[in-house]
Design a protein around this ligand. Structure first.
Ligand SMILES: C[S@@+](CC[C@H](N)C(=O)[O-])C[C@H]1O[C@@H](n2cnc3c(N)ncnc32)[C@H](O)[C@@H]1O
Length: 234
């Protein structure tokens, strides 16, 4: 949007690296664009002095939906390393790339060659993203490509064994004291069972593996039949 439109941008009161963009009295979340002048998925751009901000759409990103639904756990920091499972074509990855900045790294795992190709096309100017064509159910396959224990794992894969997959990756890649988020879609697990029953079962799998679940939040109406779980390991 041009500076003549009526908007303002200010740093979010609680979340480092997130901004509140107010347009005609309505608030939106945004991140500071690492590649000014370029949008990733058609989101609005807002210029303020030398900086540019990208609107973060909660209907396109479950992480943003979690924050919009007053998710209380926020673990992102500039410079951190993230293992992202289910990167798709890079919508949420792009905002996390803004937040971790040039000193951070995002290992973006996706098993659809077509989605990953699109991610690479959209995000090639972002040097903090390392795209990987791999199956997140087999962490041993990409172990040698990730030369560190990461600070955070983000998972959004929409497939039957979502929590087991998270636990396997936590055990392989997450550093002690590290954090995780997982978006769970009940319909990807079993359409015949009440979503709440599925969410509790998945939560139990994560807790049984010794991970501390701190927040579990329904993210409707942005994504129906989904929760985002946030937590840490010892
Ligand atoms: C709901 S989409 C992810 C959207 C993305 N997280 C975002 O917010 O921009 C789920 C993605 O997980 C990928 N996926 C599913 N199973 C996977 C697996 N075992 N390994 C890697 N990617 C997987 C799918 O191909 C799909 O692109």
């Amino acid at each position: 949007m041009s500076p003549n439109d009526s908007y303002s941008v200010k740093a979010h009161a609680k979340f480092d690296g997130i901004y509140t963009i107010t347009v005609d009295g309505n608030d939106f979340l945004g991140t500071k664009n690492l590649v000014p002048g370029t949008d990733v998925y058609g989101e609005r751009l807002f210029k303020v002095g030398p900086n540019e901000y990208r609107e973060w759409n909660p209907n396109r990103s479950k992480m943003c939906a979690y924050l919009r639904k007053s998710g209380k756990e926020y673990y992102y920091k500039e410079g951190m390393s993230i293992l992202y499972l289910g990167a798709a074509n890079g919508t949420t990855v792009s905002h996390l790339s803004d937040i971790v900045g040039k000193t951070g790294r995002i290992y973006a795992v996706e098993f659809s060659a077509r989605s990953l190709r699109e991610l690479v096309q959209r995000l090639s100017s972002r040097e903090n993203i390392i795209p990987m064509l791999a199956d997140a159910t087999k962490p041993a396959q990409y172990r040698s490509l990730i030369p560190e224990q990461v600070d955070l794992i983000y998972q959004d894969v929409a497939q039957p064994e979502q929590s087991k997959l998270l636990v396997d990756n936590i055990q392989t890649f997450l550093k002690p004291g590290g954090a995780f988020y997982i978006a769970i879609k009940s319909r990807s697990i079993d359409v015949t069972v009440e979503p709440e029953v599925i969410f509790q079962k998945e939560r139990a799998i994560i807790e049984k593996a010794g991970c501390n679940v701190i927040d579990m939040r329904d993210i409707a109406p942005f994504s129906e039949d989904h929760v985002v779980i946030a937590g840490k390991i010892a």
